[in-house]
Design a protein around this ligand. Structure first.
Ligand SMILES: [Zn+2]
Length: 121
């Protein structure tokens, strides 16, 4: 997973990332791998509302069918979705910049100089 969950698309998954899906209605849960999702991308190319490489993982519920629910004749898109990444996602660049700023400050910069630099950054 190359991005945080909220902006992670199918194409951003890494080999080994696991997408966990739990049905909020019946509690049935399952997992999807990158390869499974990409095979859906290929097979659903011509369908309406199909999964594409650009589909956000968080919006995947629209494309899923819970089989226990479907057997009861209920079709819905209410799923709890999360990703178990093989590698931890990279940190937000803004947070990294802030951490570096704080680190520099700890090296003994005066308050006035620090504030001036922050303002001009
Ligand atoms: Zn269900």
């Amino acid at each position: 997973m190359r991005y945080p969950f909220f902006r992670c698309r199918v194409s951003d998954l890494d080999e080994g990332d696991i997408v966990n899906v739990t049905c909020r209605r019946c509690g049935h849960s399952g997992t999807l791998t990158r390869a499974q999702l990409l095979s859906k991308v290929r097979s659903q190319k011509l369908k309406m509302n199909s999964i594409t490489a650009d589909t956000f993982i968080k919006n995947l519920g629209r494309n899923l069918t819970c089989w226990p629910c479907a057997k009861e004749g209920v079709f819905h898109d209410d799923y709890e979705i999360s990703i178990t990444p093989i590698n931890p996602p990279p940190e937000n660049p803004d947070v990294i910049r802030l951490k570096n700023t704080q680190l520099e400050r700890m090296k003994g910069e005066s308050d006035a100089k620090f504030l001036r630099r922050i303002r001009n950054a």
